[in-house]
Design a protein around this ligand. Structure first.
Ligand SMILES: Nc1nc2c(ncn2[C@@H]2O[C@H](COP(=O)(O)OP(=O)(O)OP(=O)(O)O)[C@@H](O)[C@H]2O)c(=O)[nH]1
Ligand SMILES: [Zn+2]
Length: 362
């Protein structure tokens, strides 16, 4: 998981918001790191004319993740690398836009046999490369770019600008209101945002403070589970059981965090689901897409608790990382309360993978 950020910083969060917008529209951005600058065109959202304008000589290598590159048999050079570490792949003459798209998206690996051989080349601009993959994750696009070293484009940002965008210290309370919900008719909803973030985090305050640390649930957004009743995961039942448990305990808080897909966004999570349809588990699907298994940063939850005046909590979770990250961000977790719900035939393997591969305590 991403370590909590180091507090307020001098980066320009606004530039990152512009860069995310650019990525989603298929426009190039440049990232200036301490060891050099990369101009970057996102493969997923670009098209052949944009590629021709960005790279007239058709020579720009591809910036992919180590996780993705492993599938392309570049693993010998990448053994120690984290799945979300950057790798530069030589632009062989036969890698045209269509082939680059096939290289970017593992979903079509079974339909598009990878011819190769692919060759990893030295990436001097390591900071810019890592920041590019991080930006792709935050923007919800595939972590894959055409990259031109030492070049620039109109929009230039630094890794510090991305840190600023992600900095939980920028979060403030936007508004609050009474919200009766099933299981807690006296609840209050509190909405949080930063000037740049597209989705708002929400707190649901249940019951009356009674001097004890509140029972708290950190719930990461899951549109499929929360809204559609997906049986592939345990999110929907966990959300409603959390409201019931908090109401029964007297008082507490559900933090509804806009961290869809453990931080990779809805589209990339659904790409992971497509890989799961091919037989990969939740961990391997994320890795093959080029993301960390879990990209969430719970410093945002600590900041929300701080804004709500709570420094000690009882935490409803099976995930020791949530406890560790909250404590790392200054919240005293006085107790971990297990939050296990019955499995169904569709989520049995998902829950077993959580237990066996991601350290959940069941
Ligand atoms: N990338 C990815 N995300 C998933 C998958 N299944 C569920 N999620 C996301 O995982 C998150 C749910 O995790 P949580 O229930 O909050 O947390 P947890 O880490 O399981 O820990 P607990 O507190 O023990 O429930 C949501 O953001 C879901 O969208 C999957 O297969 N791939
Ligand atoms: Zn879910």
């Amino acid at each position: 998981m991403t370590p909590p950020s180091a507090g307020p910083n001098a980066g320009d969060a606004h530039k990152t918001a512009l860069a995310i917008d650019a990525l989603r529209r298929g426009w190039p951005v440049a990232i200036e790191g301490a060891d050099g600058t990369l101009a970057l065109l996102p493969i997923e959202t670009a098209d052949p004319p944009r590629l021709a304008a960005f790279d007239p000589g058709a020579s720009a290598p591809l910036l992919l993740s180590a996780g993705r590159s492993a599938t392309l048999k570049l693993a010998n050079q990448l053994e120690a690398a984290a799945p979300d570490a950057p790798v530069l792949v030589e632009r062989a003459p036969w890698i045209d836009f269509a082939m680059a798209t096939a290289l970017a998206d593992p979903q079509f690996d079974l339909d598009t046999p990878m011819k190769g051989p692919f060759r990893a080349i030295h990436l001097a601009e390591t900071e810019a490369g890592a920041a590019a993959l991080r930006l792709a994750r935050i923007g919800g696009v595939l972590p894959a770019f055409f990259a031109r070293a030492g070049e620039s484009v109109a929009l230039v940002l630094t890794p510090g600008d991305i840190d600023a965008h992600e900095d939980a210290a920028r979060l403030t309370i936007a508004t609050r209101a009474h919200l009766p919900v099933v299981g807690a008719e006296d609840a209050e909803i509190v909405a949080f945002r930063t000037p740049e973030m597209p989705g708002e985090h929400i707190a649901l305050l249940i019951g009356e403070p009674d001097g004890r640390p509140p029972l708290v649930r950190l719930h990461s957004e899951c549109l499929t589970g929360d809204m559609l009743g997906s049986l592939k995961c345990d999110c929907g039942p966990q959300l409603h059981a959390a409201i019931d448990a908090i109401a029964a305990s007297g008082w507490g808080i559900v933090l509804y965090l806009r961290q869809e897909g453990r931080g990779i966004g809805l589209i990339n999570k659904l790409r992971a689901y497509a890989l799961q349809d091919q037989g990969f588990d939740t961990v391997d699907a994320n890795t093959r897409l080029g993301f960390a298994v879990d990209s969430r940063n719970f410093a945002v939850a600590a900041r929300m608790l701080e804004l709500l005046g709570q420094s000690s909590v009882r935490l409803l979770t099976n995930n020791p990382q949530k406890v560790a990250q909250l404590e790392g961000a200054g919240i005293n977790v006085v107790e971990r309360v297990p939050h296990v719900l019955p499995a169904n035939p569709h989520n049995e393997r998902y829950l077993a993978t959580k237990r066996d591969r991601t350290g959940h305590q069941f």
